[in-house]
Design a protein around this ligand. Structure first.
Ligand code: PMP
Length: 436
């Protein structure tokens, strides 16, 4: 990648190509090179790029109004999106609060949970237990419940890091993820942690139903999510599902919680919810929580740009496209086919130590040794290098370190949910060339 000067800075010094156009599953840079978007950006562009119906809905809204401050006006678009969202959530989660991204949605959930506890006289409850590793966002609040050392450790003096339990990684611990005893083994760590903290101090447990950036598309072991919910209920601890990455069809259901028929207290969404057309996120909360907070005087939280009509109009159109094209089903069908292809690559490339996923959220992990699960030496930065090789071959994938950000290399493959088998063939071919 070249080193041209720029006033922009994101993470490192490395520069990326300059994006020109994007259509469907493809993107072109200003030099005319074509890329297949094999990770939907960062699991965002679930319905593909430049969907004409979404663009048209946005144009129509822009002609009417682009901004109305949420404390001054409600809008047709925000009312409609809230109703659509509530209808797609588990029963009772029928109050929706809009934000502009995943971190904001997580912050909102943390603050709603706390205000609810105060409203019902449980002021002693403030700890939010989460998992290690995990990723819930980059703001200081969301970082406090995130565990990914390079991102969290430098900021610990500035925030109150919350208690963590190990994320279930059966494949590293030599346990069978299909055995319910494995799920219970990990879930019971939550109970132990609640007891160690003192149940009267524990406000909530937050969990990504399928681990995203931190553990690399890792589904929970059998029985885990159901047991976690049971434990939360037993100790009156709120269950918050972070569906920022898994929501909007990514795992083969509209919400991942449908796989286990869960009844959480709060769900947060973003990414695929607006599919990259606008910055948008949502917190759907149980009416019991919201009513208590409103009775106690109101929710002391909100962002200026949140719930603006343009974002909400795009959000409505995205959900309508997901429904019209049957993309949730396609995510399940194509996801299963993609997993087969990744398993095929694993048979041919010993460097792949594990393949996993759910729907079109899939990943493979590099290992030095499949038996011992030893990661590749960290200094090789395989997670980064593979992305660059794939880029050169015209495929965009998403990579991170698997083991708390320190070592381990996983590559997430999560193309837009509009993919066909032909696209999967192309992806497999480019992965094959890049692995070789
Ligand atoms: N939660 C999860 C599970 C995520 O994957 C992310 C983003 N990777 C976030 C929260 C934060 O979202 P955002 O980057 O939009 O703030």
């Amino acid at each position: 990648m070249n080193q041209r000067p720029s006033h922009l800075f994101y993470q490192g010094r490395q520069r990326r190509p300059v994006l020109d156009q994007a259509r469907g599953v493809y993107m072109w840079d200003v030099d005319g090179k074509r890329y297949l978007d094999g990770s939907s950006g960062a699991m965002v562009c679930n319905i593909g790029h430049s969907n004409e119906n979404v663009l048209e809905a946005m144009r129509r809204q822009m002609e009417k109004s682009t901004f109305g401050y949420r404390l001054h006006f409600e809008t047709e678009a925000s009312e409609k999106l809230a109703a659509k969202t509530a209808a797609l959530c588990p029963e009772g989660l029928n109050r929706v609060f809009f934000v502009s991204g995943g971190s904001e949605a997580v912050e909102s959930a943390m603050k709603l949970a706390r205000q609810y506890a105060i409203a019902v006289g449980k002021d002693s409850r403030w700890k939010i237990i989460s998992r290690a590793p995990s990723y819930h966002g980059c703001t200081l609040g969301a970082l406090a419940i995130t565990s990914y050392d390079p991102l969290t450790k430098p900021f610990e003096p500035m925030m109150q890091a919350m208690p963590k339990i190990p994320a279930p990684r059966a494949y590293l611990d030599g346990l069978d993820p299909e055995d319910e005893a494995t799920g219970h083994h990990y879930a019971d760590m939550l109970e132990a942690q609640i007891l160690a903290e003192g149940p009267d101090t524990v406000l909530a447990f937050i969990v990504e139903p399928v681990g995203g950036a931190s553990t690399g598309a890792l589904p929970p072991p059998k029985g885990y999510m159901e047991r976690v919910q049971e434990i939360c209920r037993k100790y009156d601890v709120l269950l918050i599902l972070d569906e920022v990455m898994t929501g909007a069809g990514r795992t083969g259901k509209f919400l991942a919680c449908e796989h286990w028929d869960l009844q959480p207290d709060i769900i947060v969404m973003s990414k695929g919810f607006a599919a990259g057309y606008v910055p948008l996120g949502a917190m759907a909360a149980h009416e019991r929580l919201v009513e208590a907070v409103l009775d106690a005087g109101g929710f002391l939280h909100g962002y200026t740009y949140a719930g603006n009509p343009l974002a909400c109009a795009a959000g409505v159109a995205v959900i309508e496209e997901i429904e019209r094209q049957g993309l949730v089903q396609n995510s399940a069908t194509m996801g299963a086919k993609l997993m087969d292809r990744l398993e095929g690559l694993m048979q041919r490339y010993p460097i792949i130590g594990d393949v996993r996923g759910m729907g079109l959220l899939t990943a493979f992990e590099f290992m030095a040794d499949r038996k011992t699960k030893a990661p590749l030496p960290a200094h090789l930065k395989a997670f980064d290098r593979f992305v660059n090789i794939a880029y050169d071959n015209g495929l965009i994938v998403y990579s991170r370190r698997t083991r708390n950000g320190v070592e381990g290399d996983h590559i997430i493959v999560a193309p837009p949910m509009i993919v066909t088998e032909g696209h999967l063939d192309e992806i497999t071919q480019m992965l094959d060339t890049s692995l070789a």
